[in-house]
Ligand binder design. Structure first.
Ligand code: PHE
Length: 448
């Protein structure tokens, strides 16, 4: 962008880590990771997941950081500047961010409802799992409440975004991320000390390779991808606000470490509690909304623990919706030259409409199907199984094979005489990541 000299930046090193970690840490870590791990053998899945983060997630994060930092542009502008033909990566990313926001607002809204439920004592008052299941199913099928929560969540996101990069995004992440971490830590300790908690710990940490299949390896890859917010330009956009002195490698290491640590902590909160209550660890996406409230209901001060847990989910979801929103807002602001506030309003309007329809697809609009899927499921599948792998594949092909302009080359590899670290990075981006992404992609298309 020609105006790049006047562009906002994050305050410094710590801010860069907290803000990007705020994007990475979200429902993907606390809601999705534990149930996916539970369905795929616990400890064995954990090992594969760690491998995916190191071999795939880390190099791609570094690549996206380098692209954003060297161009100081939104996702579309960044690629257009570097190589106009590759700006398709940016456009795919904006589309993906919009679609993810559509269903993310819905689940985020559920977490807000559950936080309030906990405070009003509704959670603690209910007894067995069946009654929690009814509560959940009735709630998500309601025509008004979940949709209103989704709208409320979108409005909260819009408020932070319209405060701007420094005052809004950065300040929110600086307060919320440490809070999230500390509260998760306290909950994990509490959970492990429950009677029977150690058994859950063993399930989560001791590998059982018998449950691990080829498709769970691919699931681990997809999870790593979604969790690190890569493959859709969010990290490109955030890195465009880095100060020149921000070390992208160190930041990438720190973000992937924090993201993985939070996923681990979420597992340490959930599995000991699940085993303590004698519930099956592979009960799927409902683990957080049905199983956990059941467990909280049996604990002393259950309502309080539950409120803390769902507050964490709200915080984690908010820092992620902010990043998805910012990717779209920065694009509209810089490419379409809309004033920032107008750009933010347009993003909110489109995504909130999508969110309302996605929310209604659990109830009154359940009959509207795309193929056999409801709108909510279609958004989830289209993004996680198709657009994200596609974006990831294109990003590593671009980073690994395209002849880069000097600024990007120097940010990505530092020195023309590549040291061992840079050579490893290039090898991963050139060969390992694309090969793995193609596999993931074929699998998600059902061809693998
Ligand atoms: N990484 C976020 C999570 O784990 C989700 C997300 C995906 C956010 C893509 C931004 C971009 O929940």
């Amino acid at each position: 962008m020609e105006k790049s000299h006047s562009r906002a930046t994050f305050g410094g090193r710590i801010s860069a880590v907290l803000v990007t970690a705020g994007s990475a840490v979200g429902l993907g870590n606390i809601w999705r990771f534990p149930y996916v791990a539970g369905e795929n053998g616990g400890g064995a899945f954990l090992l594969v997941y760690a491998g995916c983060i190191l071999l795939l997630g880390l190099p791609l994060t570094i690549a996206e950081f380098a692209i954003g930092k060297s161009t100081r542009c939104n996702a579309v502008g960044a690629y257009r500047r570097l190589a106009p033909r590759w700006s398709i990566i940016g456009y795919t990313g904006i589309l993906t961010s919009t679609l993810i926001l559509g269903f993310y607002f819905v689940v985020a809204g559920w977490t807000a409802e559950y936080m309030l439920h906990s405070l009003t004592g509704e959670i603690a008052a209910r007894g067995e799992a069946e009654s929690h299941r009814l509560l959940f199913e009735r709630f998500i099928a309601d025509p008004w409440r979940p949709a209103l929560y989704a709208v409320a969540f979108a409005v909260a996101t819009q408020l932070v975004i319209s405060l701007g990069v420094r005052r809004g995004i950065e300040r929110a992440a600086k307060v919320m991320m440490p809070l999230l971490f500390l509260a998760l830590l306290a909950l994990a300790v509490h959970s492990i000390l429950l009677p029977g908690g150690l058994e859950g710990l063993r399930f989560f940490l001791a590998p059982d390779f018998s449950k691990l299949t080829a498709s769970s390896v691919l699931t681990a890859l997809g999870q790593a991808f979604f969790s690190l917010s890569i493959g859709l330009g969010t990290m490109v956009t955030y890195a465009s606000y880095f100060t020149p002195s921000t070390d992208i490698r160190r930041t990438a290491w720190q973000v992937t470490a924090v993201d993985t640590l939070v996923a681990l902590l979420a597992g340490l909160v959930i599995f000991p509690a699940v085993f303590s209550a004698g519930i099956e660890p592979d009960s799927g996406p409902s683990l957080v909304f049905i199983t956990l409230p059941t467990i909280f209901g049996t604990l002393p001060l259950g309502g309080l623990w539950s409120a803390i847990f769902f507050l964490l989910l709200v915080i984690a979801a908010l820092t992620s919706t902010i990043s998805l929103h910012e990717a779209c807002t920065a694009y509209l602001h810089e490419e379409w030259r809309l004033p920032r506030r107008t750009a933010a309003c347009c993003t909110t309007l489109v995504t909130v409409l999508l969110g309302i329809f996605a929310s209604l697809s659990f109830g009154v609009l359940n009959g509207w199907r795309i193929g056999s899927l409801t709108l909510f499921d279609a958004l989830d599948h289209l993004t996680a199984d198709l657009l994200l792998p596609l974006g990831g594949l294109m990003t590593c092909l671009f980073a690994g094979w395209h002849r880069h302009p000097k600024a990007l080359y120097e940010t990505l590899y530092r020195d023309p005489r590549l040291g061992i670290g840079d050579r490893t990075l290039r090898f991963l981006l050139r060969y390992v990541c694309p090969a793995v992404m193609v596999l993931l992609f074929l699998d998600s298309l059902g061809i693998g």
